[in-house]
Write a protein that binds this ligand. Sequence first.
Ligand SMILES: NC(=O)c1ccc[n+]([C@@H]2O[C@H](COP(=O)([O-])OP(=O)(O)OC[C@H]3O[C@@H](n4cnc5c(N)ncnc54)[C@H](O)[C@@H]3O)[C@@H](O)[C@H]2O)c1
Length: 427
Amino acid sequence: MASIAVIGTGYVGLTTGVCFSHLGHDVVCADVVPEKIERLSRGEPTILERGLEDLLRAGLKEGRLRFVLGAANAVADAEFVYLCVPTPQGADGSADMRYIEDAAREIAPLLRDGTVVINKSTVPVGSTRLVERALGRSDVSVVSNPEFLREGSAINDFLHPDRVVVGSADQSAAIRVASLYIGVPAPFMVTDPASAETIKYASNAFLATKLSFVNAVAAVCEAVGADVNDVVLGMGYDKRIGSEFLRPGPGWGGSCFPKDTRAMLRIAQDAGYDFNLLKGVLTVNDEQFERTAGKIVDLAGGAIEGQTVAVWGLTFKAGTDDLRESPSLEIIRRLLARGARVRAFDPAVTALPADLDLDVEVLPDPYAACEGAAVLAVLTEWDEFKWLDLDKVADALAAPRILDGRNLLDRSAVLRRGFTYRGIGRS
Ligand SMILES: NC(=O)c1ccc[n+]([C@@H]2O[C@H](COP(=O)([O-])OP(=O)(O)OC[C@H]3O[C@@H](n4cnc5c(N)ncnc54)[C@H](O)[C@@H]3O)[C@@H](O)[C@H]2O)c1
């Protein structure tokens, strides 16, 4: 079993740390936020993720998992160092590599001879070299091992991935990284660093393309009187297409797809290729936010100023507490700009962070959020929304109108109760 340091204990780093400790490795996780380290050391998860708490507590109890403040305190005994720090979007659309470079410089003098440093953060082509330069250590190998987990099922995705990709010019370092995954049943692929880095961006950009495509098909369905739910069902039976990621929605978001799609566009541009398809993917997404906001305004009678909109769902998808680039927040922003008031409920959110600067009243109860509202907008696909009492919802609303931004509700049940209903890609 190996000794592993994980730098950054966010969605990816924490999942990586607890899962490697579950696989039997000795893991030290580092972060720069003292409160995170304190909570994690007590066995309290800092993110909402199914199965995380059990693995976290087991790792701590069995002494295979520790949390320390600062990368420098994690790496001295490590054979492997995973970089899981943020790579946010920079001003020109490219990935901002500041956190990666800072972390690499911080740990450089402390690494043991022969350590393998691994980029698990999503990083552009050439980042393996960039980390090598920041480390300035010829006795340390740098490898790319991109992460494909989905928030909401991160633990399962890490332990049962569709594939593990390692990019390295150094075959022996790649094989050492592969050995960390013993016990993980997945195809294992070793390639060069540029290909590994491109696999990650191309995968996210493709998924974003699929979502924009289905949202554009939904717009066509509305125009021709088709039902997008049936259309995607019929499409998905075709094995060449597949049914995953064919669900229409209010627009896509989250911490990865928007920044990674823009970064892919930028990578292509810098290399001399104009990736027009991806420009269209981003445009369609922006249009989808606007179409969804517009539907809410239409339902409210054509003008929303001074009216209240009830919103169910704030996170970017169900099963996570992550609000980063959430479509729901983007639509709320557009409603507020038109003078609406917004009252919201989300099972994973008690308040919006102040830095979002969104004037939204977050309530602990879905019916209270509907009180006196002109429209209810369902914007995140939390399963529990399906089972809420529609009669209570109708009583609470000023008028029974629903925008089902995820085609989540049982449309006939909603209509039977006298609601005016609008979904995405269906009347
Ligand atoms: N979230 C996802 O679903 C997902 C999936 C695959 C890949 N990724 C990629 O993984 C990377 C991390 O994403 P995330 O969602 O986990 O980010 P995150 O913001 O949740 O976590 C990053 C953590 O790193 C910490 N950090 C920053 N600088 C540090 C330093 N010098 N030393 C120690 N800790 C430091 C931050 O405090 C934070 O806790 C990004 O590149 C992202 O694109 C994310």
